[in-house]
Design a protein around this ligand. Structure first.
Ligand code: AMP
Ligand code: GLY
Length: 437
């Protein structure tokens, strides 16, 4: 098969790396890809992944047999529908099903209709009723732009005046059309957990859990980021949480979407808060997590492509996924100035030496070639993934390799997977008997 991957981050490099191991694949190309993906196959340059007409045109011209979509923007723009219209199989939800991420109001309505526990909510398109509702709520306040706002549309605050100003910002066009509806919801308290599944329109199979580190600095200090590191498996989870999320969240949503005539085929990402009243859904994403994918796929002892093809055929059925016994730890190396204003064009050294280390995988995210020279080209630049039988060893490997890579102003956290090896559970006190299927 000739496979086209849409996207160019660490998640897509990891997907491409795993897919390339399938005996079914004879050629891999990426749009736009990155220098890491370029080592696995050709890159299609000069096309915006969310320009769905142009993407479908390229896929047809390249005669690809399958397209795998990494990020949410092309999915929300309907890339899967555009490809299907040309007879090209594409893995990811249709535009209608991708509203699960693309509209928070839509996601809330689906959850309510499916009996899925989530924060109490109301949606508004007018200022006065929104302000009036807010004043009836206890703080902290949670106000969200309805649509995709590159992760910047959510405000959580103790200050009512700030929440009111956010309503004005959304409805006043501060997030473009993404903010023309605002969702005001109950504040959920507790540790967050993400569960990922592959869905075939009627059934779903879960992936192994991973723990992501969202804050820029050690000890969870500093601003929120896309994710500064990750590890898998995660031992200190409540018993049966993955199975319960499948039964109580993912399957009911898949059933509702199928009954509505908009079946969900693709990756489903359920963001949960483990509250004192049990898990509640914070949000859905219609894609895999980044950097979670970079530690989950190295642990998969299965043909990933075959799983995606089974999902496209609607034959995932009762399939489970096999996992290696070992562990993976990802240390993200970020550019100077990330997340506010990452510096681009800094020369990267030491990557070959790091990649030669035992048990190391390096997934590119924000890199570019300046002639023959590898330079920084985005916020999160590289993922250094250590794999080993124990988390302790995987962590040592990841940090050992990361130390060999440098550029001006490089940022990294030094505490990724620390609690996993010190046996100091984070805020969650239960232990899981089983981190994967
Ligand atoms: P979202 O884009 O909806 O995932 O929100 C971004 C982040 O805001 C989440 O990862 C949470 O940390 C926080 N957040 C969103 N909604 C809530 C809520 N209802 N209660 C508490 N925190 C929230
Ligand atoms: N790592 C969180 C995300 O992909 O949204």
């Amino acid at each position: 098969m000739k496979v086209l991957i849409i996207g160019g981050g660490g998640r897509e490099h990891a997907i491409g790396w795993k897919i390339s191991q399938s005996p079914l694949v004879h050629e891999l190309i990426s749009l736009p890809g990155n220098p890491g993906l370029a080592e696995l196959g050709g890159l299609v340059e000069g096309i915006n992944p969310a320009d769905v007409g142009a993407v479908a045109h390229v896929a047809a011209a390249e005669q690809v047999d399958l397209v795998i979509v990494g990020p949410e923007d092309p999915l929300a723009a309907g890339v899967v529908d555009a490809l299907k219209a040309k007879g090209i199989p594409a893995f990811g939800p249709s535009k209608a099903a991708a509203r699960l991420e693309g509209s928070k109001r839509f996601a809330k309505e689906i959850m309510d209709r499916s009996g899925v526990p989530t924060a109490a909510w109301q949606a508004f398109t007018e200022r006065d009723p929104a302000i009036a509702y807010l004043s009836t709520r206890p703080g902290p306040y949670v106000v969200k732009a309805d649509g995709l706002a590159a992760g910047k549309g959510v405000l959580v605050t103790h200050e009512q005046a700030e929440a009111e100003a956010w309503i004005d910002r959304c409805l006043g066009g501060g997030f473009g059309s993404a903010g023309s509806t605002v969702v005001i919801e109950e504040f959920l308290e507790g540790p967050e957990l993400s569960v990922f599944a592959i869905c075939d329109g009627t059934t779903a199979v879960p992936l192994a859990p991973a723990r992501d580190y969202k804050r820029l600095g050690d000890g969870d200090a500093g601003p929120n980021t896309g994710g500064m590191g990750c590890y898998s498996p995660v031992e200190d989870l409540p018993d049966g949480i993955v199975e319960d999320t499948l039964a109580g969240v993912i399957n009911p949503v898949v059933e509702t979407l199928a009954a509505d005539g908009t079946p969900y085929v693709g990756f489903m990402y359920a963001g949960l808060v483990l509250t004192a009243d049990g898990p509640k859904v914070l949000e859905f994403n219609c894609r895999l997590g980044d950097p979670e994918t970079q530690v989950v796929l190295p642990r998969m002892d299965d043909d990933f492509l075959e799983l995606l093809l089974a999902a496209l055929d609607g034959t995932l059925g009762e399939r489970t996924i096999n996992w290696f016994e070992g562990t993976a730890v990802d240390v993200v190396l970020a550019a100077a100035g990330y997340p506010e204003s990452p510096t681009k064009g800094d020369s990267i050294s030491g990557i070959e030496a790091a990649a030669a280390d035992k048990g190391i995988l390096i997934f590119h995210a924000g890199t570019a070639l300046d002639g023959k020279n590898l330079v920084t080209a985005g916020g999160r630049v590289l993922n250094v993934v250590g794999t080993a039988a124990t988390q302790e060893r995987a962590r040592e490997r990841a940090y050992g390799a990361a130390e060999k890579i440098s550029w001006k102003g490089q940022q990294l956290r030094t505490d990724i997977a620390q609690e996993a090896i010190s046996h100091q559970p984070l805020a969650i006190s239960h232990r899981s008997k089983d981190e994967g299927p």
